[in-house]
Ligand binder design. Structure first.
Ligand code: ADP
Length: 462
């Protein structure tokens, strides 16, 4: 059963129960008060009649007949004991303006088949006759009995009228409840229906599904939270896909990078095994094999380094001197620098400057950047290492990087000029390593470059 139907049914059930309880209580009190009122009215009329009749010194049959005739009461009777002493069991009719026989009236007086009740001075019985209800007040004086019939059918009618009105009011209340609830629930549950549809969409893989809501209540908050969750799921899935794609590209590139030197090694080895070569050719073949092995070694070292860094989340963070980092990096690159006669200028205006970093890793970053700058620069050129307080910079005046390639060079195995880079012993992993280390330090790497003029790698440390 739908939530809306259930809420409406439960509410209607509650309305019916509450209305019935209220109705029963009010019917009960109304009946009681009307009855009391009727009894008191009927009683006062009956007692007046009784007093008029019997509050005199001499009461006889003629007087009673005369008086009752005069009063023109349609529902009154008077009976008396037969005999002179007046206390015979037999009763005779003095006056009868009712439809009942003297025997029936006698039964009423004696309470045969009736429950006799008493109200103040007079006894009375309740009588149902001809579809109407009566209270019969029995007055007794000496040998006489008067029976005055008071019609109280109107009480039942009043009660029924009241019942019809209150049941109709319950019906109207029920219809109003259904209509109001229907409207409110339609509005309230709309975001829940949307939520339901959108969760189904997400389950089917449509991660862009969102809920439109401007409500500020709990349901609005639920919608907002759902949107946040859907956004997180969408981002997570996109990242997963991206990382899956990157892995495939990475594996493809790695295979390619391995294939080239391996093919060369296998080719030269086969030639050495099968062909009789001159000493000079033999030496040349062995040199090629040696060089290709060197490439494979460098590649595997960088790969291992990358994997180690990806997995290792703990950096040995300390307050380190910038000058010391620069000094160590330059020492490492001194032979390459000397080979191309490239000079290094260190510009650091801040005395005793330090940064919080992992010394070895930060030095590795600078070495990689200097290495790239040397490769990109012509002989007798210059490289600048700069510390500004906010950035550590490595600047060269080399070939620069084409604008469209600037963002790609951080990807593993990406090389702007593949044959040139390979010749210089590169495999396109150096900058991936740099980017990874910088990211692990929560720093940002920026590249400013102009083709033919040079490049500046900036590590933003703040
Ligand atoms: P490699 O190990 O081949 O040097 P990197 O990841 O370090 O690989 O660099 C990727 C590519 O980015 C290089 O092949 C080169 O084409 C380009 N590059 C890197 N640094 C510079 C630079 N300072 N000037 C010009 N090109 C550069």
């Amino acid at each position: 059963m739908k939530l809306k139907t259930r809420i409406i049914l439960v509410s209607c059930g509650m309305v019916v129960i509450v209305s019935l309880i209220t109705n029963f209580i009010s019917w009960y009190f109304m009946k009681k008060s009307l009855r009391n009122e009727a009894v008191s009215n009927a009683y006062s009329s009956a007692i007046n009649q009784y007093k008029e009749l019997f509050n005199r010194i001499e009461v006889n049959d003629e007087y009673i007949q005369y008086y009752l005739n005069k009063s023109k009461n349609e529902y009154i009777a008077c009976i008396k004991h037969k005999g002179d002493n007046g206390f015979n069991e037999e009763l005779e009719e003095i006056y009868n303006h009712t439809v009942f026989t003297v025997e029936q009236l006698k039964d009423m007086v004696e309470g045969k088949g009736y429950k006799v009740k008493k109200n103040k001075e007079l006894e009375y019985i309740n009588l149902n006759y001809g579809g109407r209800k009566y209270m019969v007040f029995i007055g007794e004086s000496n040998v006489y009995y008067t029976l005055q019939f008071e019609d109280i059918t109107y009480i039942e009618k009043k009660i029924w009228d009241f019942r019809i009105v209150s049941i109709s009011a319950t019906g109207v209340l029920l219809i109003a409840t259904v209509l109001i609830l229907w409207r409110i629930l339609d509005r309230t549950l709309l975001p829940l229906q949307e939520l339901n549809e959108n969760t189904r969409k997400i389950a089917r893989g449509v991660y862009s599904a969102r809920i439109e809501t401007d409500r500020k209540d709990e349901i609005g908050q639920l919608g907002e939270n759902f949107n946040k969750m859907a956004e997180a799921v969408e981002m997570y899935i996109a990242n997963l896909k991206e990382s899956e794609k990157n892995k495939t590209i990475f594996m493809g590139n790695l295979t390619h990078e391995l294939k080239t030197p391996l093919t060369a090694i296998s080719g030269y080895s086969q030639t050495l095994l099968n062909v009789k070569l001159s000493e000079e050719d033999e030496r040349e073949a062995l040199t090629y094999i040696y060089e290709e092995c060197g490439k494979l070694e460098r590649l595997s070292k960088k790969m291992i380094r990358l994997l180690e860094l990806e997995e290792n989340n703990t950096l040995d963070m300390c307050e380190e001197s910038i000058d010391e980092i620069f000094k160590r990096a330059v020492m490492s690159c001194r032979y390459m620098l000397k080979e191309k006669n490239i000079s290094i200028d260190i510009i650091n205006t801040i005395h005793n400057s330090t940064i919080t970093c992992d010394m070895d890793l930060m030095t590795e970053v600078i070495i990689n950047l200097i290495d790239n700058s040397i490769k990109a620069s012509s002989a007798d050129s210059k490289i600048i290492l700069r510390y500004t307080g906010e950035t550590i910079e490595v600047q060269d005046y080399g070939i620069g990087i084409p604008k469209e390639e600037k963002d790609k060079i951080l990807e593993p195995f990406y090389m702007v000029d593949k044959s040139r880079s390979r010749k210089k012993g590169g495999a396109g992993l150096g900058l991936s390593l740099v980017a990874l280390i910088v990211r692990k330090h929560n720093m940002v790497l920026d590249i400013e470059t102009e083709l033919g003029k040079g490049t500046v790698f900036k590590i933003n440390i703040s």
